[in-house]
Design a protein around this ligand. Structure first.
Ligand code: PLP
Length: 420
């Protein structure tokens, strides 16, 4: 069963103020889940989750997570600005960028964020455009195939990120000469992983490399950054990952490697995005058309510009018709958006209860990589974001775009003067 945090009544109440399409977030769900993560990793004294801002770049979401003790993981100039604006300071900001522009490194250094270097050549680049910090993180790409139980989970050799094992050693030696005193190692090898084996396996790879590097270079290691990648069950028949089992698996890898080595003790960091937010966001949309041709279509007022994952990855997002939760799914529909793109389909051949015009649909698991991947194709405007609080009250946390926002970058043309 998919988790639903909106009733038809509550949705109507919200929509009366903020019309569909809207993204609604469940504060209680976010907080409970964050607390569970902290508890699972509480065996590691300095554990910290750096929320991947790109997943849900909303100030209110960042504030909620900050109150739970999270930092932020940024990858661009504006994400750094948002982190700064929301009061994240120094070590609370991880800067895991790639193909980084000079002004991005400059801002990261100004904010004293922890820089996660994607490549060995960025040492000179960083030194040239800004300066080398005392503490730094290095992104590791072990190459080859990444397997769990003989199943291929990813192909690091084909990924653009990180440095080779040999480069890590060279980079550390270089950085030691430039005054770096503390190091971290980061790696991200698979996305949206289901099953509890990913983090333990990744941790083992990072820890083993770290122990070897410690022996090779004598570097002082302060933290391991396990990055993102823990998945969520998008399909109703998928089992939720067990964060306690995951954390125990990481602990075992830690005991077998770090604790047995001269390193003894490091902090563990994560940069989870999807796991922190995806299930706690609903894209709420209204059925506005039905169409009967070679297939049965339901046209909704949301489109791929509000949630792009189905259109670009063919990703499954569960759909609930509010008020019809208990009706039998006896109809087969394509649920589609309005873009002039045939891939703009939230669901294809989906079994659902009979949908009537005016029905309100919840598209599940839109809380991460949902709104944030939105775009303005076809002149579509970005939707509002609303936070549903534990007491049932709700709050606008981003207003919907208007044509004025859309024309803001061209309103110096006299033809658009009415939109200034
Ligand atoms: C995207 C990203 C994350 C978050 O990934 P999720 O799949 O949302 O957990 C974390 N770290 C880095 C460097 C990323 O690029």
């Amino acid at each position: 069963m998919k988790r639903l945090f909106l009733t038809l009544e509550k949705a109507k109440e919200i929509i009366a103020k903020y019309p569909t399409p809207i993204h609604v977030y469940d504060e209680k769900g976010i907080v409970d889940n964050a607390r569970e993560l902290m508890q699972a990793f509480s065996w590691n004294k300095n554990f910290k989750e750096y929320f991947a801002v790109k997943a849900t770049p909303n100030p209110e979401i960042l504030r909620i997570l900050k109150n739970e003790g999270c930092g932020v993981d940024c990858a661009s100039y504006t994400e750094l600005l948002m982190a700064d604006a929301m009061g994240f300071r120094g070590d609370e900001i991880m800067f895991s960028s790639n193909e980084t522009a000079p002004e991005e490194y400059q801002l990261a250094r100004k904010l004293n964020a922890i820089i996660n270097l994607d490549d060995i050549t960025h040492i000179e680049f960083l030194e040239e455009v800004a300066s080398i910090p005392e503490k730094i993180c290095l992104r590791y790409n072990p190459g080859g195939k990444f397997t769990i139980n003989n199943q291929i989970m990813g192909s690091p050799a084909d990924a653009k990120y990180g440095m080779t094992r040999a480069q890590l050693a060279q980079a550390i030696k270089k950085l030691q000469k430039k005054g770096v005193k503390g190091f971290g190692i980061h790696s991200f090898l698979a996305s949206n992983t289901m099953g509890n084996e990913y983090y333990p396996k990744l941790a083992k790879i990072i820890f083993e490399a770290m122990v070897e590097l410690y022996e090779e270079t004598g570097a002082k290691f302060i933290f391991a950054n396990l990055s993102g990648g823990i998945g969520v069950p998008y399909r109703p028949n998928q089992k939720k990952n067990d964060i306690f089992v995951i954390a125990e698996g990481v602990k075992k890898a830690y005991e077998e490697t770090i604790q047995k080595s001269g390193i003894k003790d490091i902090a563990l960091y994560t940069e989870l995005g999807r796991y922190m937010l995806a299930p706690y966001g609903h894209l709420v949309t209204t059925a506005i058309h039905e169409k009967h041709i070679y297939k049965e279509y339901i046209g909704v007022d949301a489109c791929a510009a509000n949630l792009m994952r189905p259109a670009i990855y063919g990703a499954y997002h569960h759909i609930t018709v509010l008020g019809k939760e208990d009706e039998k799914p006896e109809y087969t529909y394509d649920v589609v958006g309005s873009l002039c793109e045939n891939s703009d389909k939230f669901a294809i051949d989906r079994k659902l209860p009979k949908i009537d015009k005016g029905d309100i649909l919840v598209i599940h698991d839109a809380g991460a990589h949902g709104f944030s991947m939105g775009y303005n194709y076809n002149g579509k405007l970005r939707s509002a974001e609303v936070l549903l609080k534990a007491d049932g009250s709700f709050k606008l946390i981003r207003r919907a775009e208007t044509p004025k926002d859309y024309f803001a970058t061209i309103n110096f043309y006299p033809e658009f003067k009415d939109y200034r």
